[in-house]
Design a protein around this ligand. Structure first.
Ligand code: SAM
Length: 331
């Protein structure tokens, strides 16, 4: 199997593919209330184009693909795309990041199509706060979607990604801890990053993983670290002292994990990004639409990976904001 290496010797194994920039939520830390100018249908990659690029990427070393957006499930026939990607030889893991609102209708079809992992973003378990954060009063539907997912054990684990923000999240940390113990959900807290269209981010708003962990440990006693041994794992993972439940902390701001980053991303309009905070992109769509052969597309991906950024500089004078919001990049 070929390996995809960057110029710092990092092995790139994971690709996040955004399949739409549209979203049915308007999370305050991501998109403005009125939305953003959406990409046209012609601008976004077709499923055939996505499948082709994914197949070539897997043939040169990508092992895991995660579909994201925008909200990926607002695009039509996502199970069909899952089925096409599932058939790629050498692909080890296919997952999806969603806000969960359409899972009640789609969980069964996603499982049948071969999805094996899922992340559901859920920042609050309190209806009013959820509505304030997402600008949509839809907590009930997301929770129902999660319950629906539980019927399909082939999609495992069910991860819940909760965004941590000072002033919002502290009082819910223990409720999320209880959820992790009561249900087969793995909880991941993720620090707020400067990627929102409204440019609200301030360093003071960061509620670090260490602070969240301290709140949980004050109630439950010391958490026990767990790992699968993969150095590119982004989360610091823990279980409780009785071994029931899993909570993890993804700390891109307080403890950047760039040194072990194994990821690249492709936007819905086919721009390859080698860092979440990249200020430059590689136009794979233009290459694909120019009639390029598979080998030329592979060479374009390899070249982009060789230029992968050393690190992001959040919190440092050298930091430059990315030229797109999280919803346009694909979180
Ligand atoms: N709509 C899907 C969802 O809600 O999971 C996928 C796309 S969304 C952009 C992916 C993830 O990015 C969500 O978990 C969201 O909380 C996270 N996100 C968006 N803006 C962020 C920011 N400024 N800092 C940290 N995470 C952010």
């Amino acid at each position: 199997m070929e390996q995809l290496l960057d110029s710092y010797g990092r092995r790139i194994k994971s690709m996040r593919i955004s399949i739409t920039d549209k979203c049915n939520f308007r999370c305050i830390y991501c998109m403005p209330a009125e939305g953003l100018p959406w990409l046209t249908k012609a601008a976004i990659l077709s499923y055939e184009e996505i499948e082709r690029i994914a197949r070539i990427a897997v043939s040169i070393g990508i092992e895991q693909i995660r579909l994201t957006g925008g909200e990926p499930l607002v695009r039509r026939d996502v199970p069909e795309l899952i089925r096409q990607l599932r058939a790629i030889e050498g692909l080890r893991s296919l997952s999806l990041t969603t806000n969960g609102i359409l899972l009640q209708q789609l969980a069964g079809a996603l499982a049948a199509a071969g999805l094996n992992r899922i992340n559901v973003s859920l920042d609050s378990l309190v209806r009013e706060k959820f509505a304030q954060l997402t600008r949509r009063d839809q907590l009930g539907r997301v929770l129902q979607g999660l319950e629906e997912l539980e019927k399909y054990p082939s999609i495992h684990p069910i991860k819940i990604n909760a965004g941590a923000m000072r002033g919002y999240s502290e009082e819910e940390v223990l409720d999320f801890a209880r959820l992790a113990r009561r249900k087969a959900y793995v909880i991941r807290w993720i620090e707020f990053m400067p990627l929102e269209a409204d440019q609200l981010w301030r360093k003071e708003d960061i509620l670090s993983g260490a602070e969240l962990k301290a709140i949980i440990e004050a109630a439950y006693g010391p958490l026990l670290p767990i790992t699968n041994g993969d150095p590119s794992e982004t989360a610091r993972r823990y279980t409780f002292s009785d071994g029931i439940g899993e909570i993890g902390f993804i700390n891109p701001v307080s403890e950047p994990f760039c040194a072990t980053c194994d990821r690249i991303r492709m936007t819905a309009d086919g721009q390859l990004r080698t860092c979440l905070f990249a200020t430059e992109e590689t136009d794979l769509r233009a290459v694909v639409r120019s009639g390029a052969a598979d080998e030329d597309i592979a060479a374009t991906i390899r070249r982009a990976v060789l230029n992968k950024e050393l690190k992001h500089y959040i919190g440092d004078k050298r930091f430059k904001r990315a030229n797109r919001s999280m919803s346009m990049i694909g979180g």
